[in-house]
Design a protein around this ligand. Structure first.
Ligand SMILES: *[C@@H]1O[C@H](CO)[C@@H](O)[C@H](O)[C@H]1NC(C)=O
Ligand SMILES: *[C@@H]1O[C@H](CO)[C@@H](O)[C@H](O)[C@H]1NC(C)=O
Ligand SMILES: *[C@@H]1O[C@H](CO)[C@@H](O)[C@H](O)[C@H]1NC(C)=O
Ligand SMILES: *[C@@H]1O[C@H](CO)[C@@H](O)[C@H](O)[C@H]1NC(C)=O
Length: 383
């Protein structure tokens, strides 16, 4: 964008020379059109001259009736995204899941995660981004797994930066084929084998995404994001994603949409509008570039049903067999809009077309819940 903005405007020639200049220009345009028609430089070149209907490879990607010409950066971003997304999925014997922990400091549930991971050595890898203080690890599985980190401010782009930093580190291991983002208050709900096959045996990523026309949804959109991001493209969703390798690459490859969010989606925008990049960037990005590639729900459960500013947090005494059974039996997602008349949208959780439990992990659990979780975990996940 910078480049084209800085280009000096075309200077006009003195009037006496203008006709000649125009004739030369018209001739050049004609010549290049004829040239392109007679010697198409590459496979899709005719698409620029004919209606998009005859160009199915492009038509699948670009909207059927473009309302506006794409900017140079948009053409580039979309072609890169298209090729990354169409990379065939890899199924190696050595495929691993990267578990990426985004935490301020030490992880209170390390012992529980250790129980979850033990015996599955070659099928997972752990990455920890501790944004406030260096964690102390109680499990050898977590030793030496801290990555270089930076400060994270709630709702700001630094949150997205930390997610990208985790992905950048985890992508370095070619065996990592799926990438799960977790917080310090997250716990697993199933044993490792169940989680592994749930995530690996499908071709979609679990990114939460829905349309909220209310003040906490589209109300946070800024017209500064035009022309690339239209109001109708704007989506919302919880930040706790779980993505395929292609989608992880796509997130790192994007700078166009990322930059828009960096500058125009932050708390206190224009003095009144609060926008939180971690709730809107990835849902909006995927909605624009690969809507069919995401499930539209997150595999991490959280309970917003109390309707407060923060979700329900579970204390030690809340953690019972019944609670875990309740959470793991949920097989539809619920999204609630923020309009005055709140609209509740429910959808079945379809995994490869089958209705299945939606959640593999859950938050938010207080550190004091560890003992109860440890006690229940083996009993519960043996089912
Ligand atoms: C995933 O994609 C591959 C290749 O595109 C395909 O062969 C496979 O059947 C797909 N798997 C599922 C579960 O959809
Ligand atoms: C997610 O939502 C988008 C747009 O609403 C839709 O096109 C896509 O099919 C949905 N994904 C799945 C897996 O159903
Ligand atoms: C579990 O679900 C049932 C039925 O929805 C509800 O009555 C009960 O209070 C729930 N229990 C816990 C511990 O969440
Ligand atoms: C273990 O699971 C069974 C059901 O499978 C349940 O009846 C029992 O109460 C559980 N034990 C504990 C300690 O929670």
């Amino acid at each position: 964008m910078k480049e084209s903005e800085k280009m000096p405007p075309l200077r006009l020639r003195p009037p006496s020379r203008r006709p000649l200049w125009i004739i030369i220009l018209v001739c050049l345009v004609c010549l290049s059109l004829i040239g392109a028609y007679v010697y198409p430089p590459q496979r899709f070149s005719t698409c620029y001259f004919l209606s998009s209907n005859v160009c199915s490879p492009l038509r699948d990607w670009l909207p059927p009736e473009p309302e506006r010409p794409y900017t140079d950066n948009e053409v580039a971003a979309r072609v890169v995204a298209r090729d990354i997304i169409s990379m065939p999925p890899v199924h190696l014997k050595t495929s691993k899941i990267a578990f990426m922990f985004l935490t301020p400091g030490s992880l209170p549930f390390e012992k529980l995660w250790e129980k979850f991971f033990l015996g599955h050595d070659e099928r997972f890898s752990i990455y920890i981004h501790a944004s406030r203080e260096k964690p102390t690890h109680v499990s050898p599985l977590f030793n030496g797994r801290d990555i270089r980190s930076d400060k994270v401010s709630w709702g700001k782009i630094s949150m997205v930066d930390a997610e990208r930093r985790l992905l950048g580190n985890a992508l370095q291991d070619r065996n990592n084929q799926h990438f799960v983002l977790l917080s310090d208050s997250c716990v697993p709900l199933y044993n490792f084998d169940y989680v592994y096959s749930y995530l690996m045996e499908t071709n979609i990523s679990f990114v939460d995404c829905f349309e909220d026309p209310g003040p906490h949804g589209t109300g946070r959109y800024s017209e500064h994001m035009l022309p690339e991001i239209d109001k109708k493209d704007w989506r919302k969703g919880a930040q706790w994603f779980s993505v395929k390798r292609q989608h992880a690459l796509l997130i790192l490859a994007d700078s166009l949409y990322y930059t828009k969010f960096k500058y125009y989606c932050k708390p206190g925008m224009e003095g009144r509008r609060n926008c939180y990049a971690d709730e809107h960037y990835l849902p909006t990005l995927f909605n624009m570039v690969d809507p069919g590639g995401i499930a539209n729900w997150s595999v991490t459960h959280v309970d917003w049903s109390e309707g407060k500013w923060h979700p329900k947090s579970y204390k030690a005494e809340d953690v019972t067999f019944e609670l875990l059974k309740n959470i793991t039996s949920i097989d539809e997602t619920t999204h609630v809009t923020s309009e005055l008349k709140r609209k509740v949208m429910k959808k079945p959780c379809l995994w490869n077309g089958m209705k299945r439990p939606c959640y593999l992990f859950a938050r938010k659990f207080y550190p004091g819940a560890l003992d109860n979780m440890m006690r229940l975990f083996s009993n519960f996940t043996a089912v």
